[in-house]
Design a protein around this ligand. Sequence first.
Ligand code: ADP
Length: 455
Amino acid sequence: MFQRILIANRGEIALRVLRACRRLGISPVVAYSEADRDTRAVQLADEAICIGPAEARRSYLSAASVISAALVTGCDAIHPGYGFLSEDDAFAETTRAHGLTFIGPPPNVLERFASKAGTRALLAAHGLPTVPGSQGMLRDDDHALAEAERIGYPVLLKPSAGGGGRGMRMVRTARELQQAITICRSEARAAFGDDSLYLEKWLEENHHVEVQVVVDRFGNGIHVGERDCSVQRRHQKVVEESPSLALDDGRRAALLETAIRSVVAAGYESVGTLEFLVDGNGDYYFIEINCRIQVEHPVTEMRSGIDLVAEQIRIAAGEPLSIRQEDVRLDGHAIELRINAEDAAHDFRPQAGLVERYLAPGGPGVRMDSHLFAGYEVPPYYDSLLGKLIVWGPDRPAAIERARAALDELVVDGLVTNIPFHRALLRSEPFLAGSFTTNLLDRVGAAAFLAAENG
Ligand code: ADP
């Protein structure tokens, strides 16, 4: 097992990894940017090391800075958290070249799953149904037009290196397509340094359902159930829950079984998530894999009692899986609310500023993963996640009850957050009935939810 891990991330996930280190008896070292000097993770670490200025490109995204920090502080492994360098195969390779372990899939596995278009083809070959779409990357406009014609409009243009819901574009006609390709390519180049695109059929009404998998290097793999992440704004998740209401027991079993079988066959290793769209018939289609720990992993931890980050660290250290599929027990219902510094009434505009008061909720079945404290200054440089409120109940209504009570206890004063939005959502008819799909917020608008709550 590792002696000392460098945590190359910030915010709540830096704390989460730090806790896993403590649990495993590993010494945590935190790498921080100048903007994150006064943070909980830095305070709680055995050692902390500054890796550069606020700008992520020169700190959290700088492979050279992160690796030097690990070497200087005597670490034997690097945990990248999520985002930043977490799925970067070149970084994982450089880490290894310096005698350090990257906590995540090995570099060659990351490389195999790096392109979304390539992964679609790979997993389809191993038996996963995928959303109808282009065969590989789009070569040029003519190829795109021919593929869109074959798939049938509307189609969705997607960057193959994409993530975080960015850069996708829905296209209804051949005339729109050419222009959309130009815009999409330049956005993808700017955001991901890679302008390759592919096409998928646009599925209007769908649920986003994902499967948590854990696979060791000996090819033992388990799934830990599914999460439903259909409450989204601009293709980004705001609420996640498990189990999903979009699946009956038969389809759920088929999805979980197919997902784990195909990903093991394709040679995956580490914790990971396979994402699917589920249509009104309960039919599921693979969209992408996330080769890292995800923001919403606590939903699964609440139902299974498995510490996914500890499991991820053990696997990277070469240990075999400690749990067999038949030992995985998924109980009750869990819901996660992402608490963001953003103004739901104004198109979810991100906010920054001083947290004047912070009071976390508690009690049975309530977990708050957050790096906030009173006096903490939310910097404007990074994503808007302030924390995650996760609740568990024996069934969905009980979980919703707990979520409401916990939200009433939660206080974040000093800046605008999406807490009022969550309050409204948890009282809204579509959420209570479970009759919502991924386009709910973009269609109805968050403002409508807020207005209903205020009225
Ligand atoms: P990213 O990697 O940027 O997060 P994903 O491929 O995971 O992108 O898709 C994010 C979200 O976009 C999905 O959860 C869903 O809401 C929407 N989406 C993706 N593909 C489709 C599709 N083919 N049709 C309709 N909506 C889609």
